[in-house]
Structure formats: structure tokens, C-alpha cells
Design a protein around this ligand. Structure first.
Ligand SMILES: N=c1c2ncn([C@@H]3O[C@H](COP(=O)(O)OP(=O)(O)OP(=O)(O)O)[C@@H](O)[C@H]3O)c2ncn1[C@@H]1O[C@H](COP(=O)(O)O)[C@@H](O)[C@H]1O
Length: 109
């Protein structure tokens, strides 16, 4: 697993016990799930807009920036609900090398 994802997951957990005034992540945990979900939704829309702009301009810099914002806020959401980045990476590992078409066909049987 990526070292930075693991380290970030640990920081997000620690921030549950931090003061909202000292930390952006702590402020989100204090505001609660609805605020966190609002941020996830906002960042998802920003990713979509950045992708359209990148297609038109050929410049992916803002798309990378907005995608990092979306990943980050998704990790805060998972942490708030007691999950870790490892859980998502484990799920991706489980799916690895399994064709999406085959997986869908198996589901429909
Ligand atoms: N990776 C991030 C990260 N990415 C984005 N952000 C913050 O997410 C916010 C994104 O909000 P917007 O762009 O919507 O800007 P905004 O208008 O300020 O947000 P709102 O007031 O609307 O909520 C900004 O404040 C960014 O600084 C992040 N804040 C923290 N981290 C990581 O989390 C760690 C802990 O952060 P703190 O809890 O602040 O110490 C940091 O050391 C970083 O590793």
C-alpha cells in the first residue's frame, strides 16, 4: 500500500481527537457526516468540471489537484465512519485481474 495513503489514514484517525480550531480535518469531524458528505459531493462535481476543462485545454494540472481533493475528502468520510484507506485498497486488490465484464456476468447469474 502507498506509504502516503497509510500515513494520511493515521493522521485522519488522530484528528478525531484534535481541536476543531487547530485542524481542518478535526473541524470536519466536529461538523459531522452531513458536512463531510457535502464536501465529497462538491469535490466530485469539481473533478467532473476539471476533466471537461482538461479535455478542452490539454492541461491536466487542475484535474490532478481536484482529484486529490476528492480522494482526500473521501478518506475523511471513510475515517469518520470507522474505515481506513486499507479497506478500499484491499477491495481493489480483491478485484485486481478480474474483468469487470466477467464480474458483472457472475453477479447477474
Ligand atoms: N490532504 C489534505 C488536504 N487536501 C485538501 N485539504 C483542505 O481541504 C479544503 C478544501 O476546501 P475547499 O477547496 O472547498 O476550500 P474551502 O473554501 O476552504 O472549504 P470550505 O470552507 O467550503 O469547507 C482546504 O482547506 C484544503 O486545505 C486538505 N487538508 C488536509 N490534508 C491532509 O490532512 C492532514 C491534516 O490536516 P489538518 O487536519 O488541517 O491538520 C494534512 O497534513 C494533509 O496531509
Amino acid at each position: 500500500m502507498s506509504d502516503i495513503l497509510k500515513a494520511l489514514g493515521q493522521v485522519l484517525e488522530q484528528r478525531k481527537n484534535a481541536a476543531a480550531e487547530d485542524s481542518y480535518v478535526a473541524s470536519l469531524h466536529h461538523k459531522g457526516l452531513n458536512k463531510i458528505l457535502e464536501k465529497v459531493g462538491e469535490e466530485a462535481v469539481e473533478v467532473v468540471i476539471a476533466a471537461k476543462d482538461a479535455k478542452n485545454s490539454g492541461d491536466n494540472e487542475n484535474l490532478i489537484y481536484e482529484t486529490a481533493d476528492l480522494w482526500f475528502h473521501s478518506l475523511v468520510m471513510l475515517s469518520h465512519l470507522g474505515e481506513s484507506p486499507e479497506a478500499v485498497l484491499d477491495e481493489l486488490a480483491r478485484r485486481f485481474d478480474l474483468s469487470g465484464l466477467v464480474e458483472k456476468a457472475n453477479r447477474q447469474q
